[in-house]
Ligand binder design. Sequence first.
Ligand code: ARG
Length: 562
Amino acid sequence: MEEKKIVASALQQAIPELDAEKIMQLLETPKVATHGDWAFPTFSLAKLWHKAPNIIASELVEKISSPDFEQVKAVGPYLNFFLNKEKFSQLTLHDIVVKQDRFGDTTIGDKQVVTIDMSSPNIAKPISMGHLRSTVIGNSLANIFQKIGYAPFKINHLGDWGTQFGKLIVAYQKWGSEDAVKANPIQELLRLYVEFHERAEEDDSLNDEARAWFKKLEENDPDAMYLWSWFREESLKEFHKIYDLLGVDFDSYNGEAFYNDKMDAVIDLLEEKHLLKTDQGAEIVDLSKYDLNPALIKKSDGATLYITRDLAAAIYRKETYNFAKSLYVVGNEQSIHFRQLKAVLTELGLDWAQDIYHIPFGLITSGGKKLSTRKGKIILLEEVLNEATADALKQIEEKNPNLAHKEEVARQVGVGAVIFHDLKNDRLNNFDFDLAEVVRFEGETGPYVQYTYARSQSILRKAKFTPSADENYALADDNAWEVIKLLQSYPDTILKAADKFEPSVIAKHAIALAQAFNKYYGNVKILTDDAQKNARLALVYAVATILKEDLRLLGLQAPAEM
Ligand code: ARG
């Protein structure tokens, strides 16, 4: 951020005792506009200079003068800097006009790979709200990391292996039919799964049968394999419907089953490093020095586990993609699992274990209660997306009945509402899912940002505005300045979002920018013919460009009209 550096270097010349870095750290952004654009607290100088902070502040003011500042004011122990609005609005608008949607791009990532394990639903079960969160957070992180120069690689680590397939095969053979599965794959497979659990509560022998079938599957028994791959295929077809609606794609669908033939190598490696211990017939890795329960690698019946497959996957990913960072966007409830995974890799002496990041997120509840697939208590994502779309269409019919491509816009808005609602708060926050609230189009929502973008586009169309890199777009009024400051902070906002793995940082920027722009629009007559008209239009153009880019980073479309 250029502006902050300019303030810091002006201060540095007046305070030789502190280096520019330290000054950068001390600079604050005042909460209220009347305190200027940057504030410097003088407390840390009091000891050095043996003077009271407010005296230091008034002395420093005398030493600083530069055309970069409209004013530098001492207020108590603070120095308040007011940037030269004309100069910096021109710089910012010029930059955006030249770079357009590449404003904020950097090469920090140096094309290094970031693998993102995301979505990863379980075959034969509906995509849950948790998987929705993983999908949209992961997708947004991929966009953000790409923007700062990394090469993201999105992996759908499908839950396509595990004892549940034994249960499913038993249930299908006893109470299912081919036709029913074909007609409605996931719903029918879920019904069978739920029925299995209900009946197994009364009759434990069903669990034995399920274990036996899973064992067969692990031994590549053709009947078992046939059913498994059929369930997988039918489920994937359904998942794709949702991914298409969300506009998300993946670079790999290597799920848990992909690692079946890579398991022995992991176990050999663990043995080689003398990490395996036998505990009641099972193979475990002791992790007490990490304050963690042991990782269960192999059950007494020889079956491998979720973590065994994750170990194989982590090693495979390092060898295949040579990632600089490896992210796992998975719910908070699995944080122990990922700590164990990292600990075992560390024990194996793999120094890249430190590049593994679990990106947890909070739980979605319904009516205050946890959702459980086993009990059949789920929210169907497809229904949510369709309902949100229907709602968007209704609002368009009311407000803009003559809009072209109404259906398409309604999809972009409805789906956008669901995605934005998920991304706008810190990812670790839990939230209760209330469809009526998600599809509300006022307040801090995706549709509000989309609507603001469409408004800015309509102004530009009306004015037939084309931006030019040679024109001077200086604006000096306070209304514009609020908007300019948000535009200026955009490159830093992206870095912050990447640093914290937090798409909500982008969502909050989008909301703030939309609000500031709407305030500007309410207070200023943009299209009045005067000397500033083109500068105002350049501001509108810059807002449109950045709002669209904010939306794109979050995974939302930006319809030009709505
Ligand atoms: N399929 C798992 C679930 O639904 C999520 C998998 C996450 N990724 C991983 N590599 N463990 O809970």
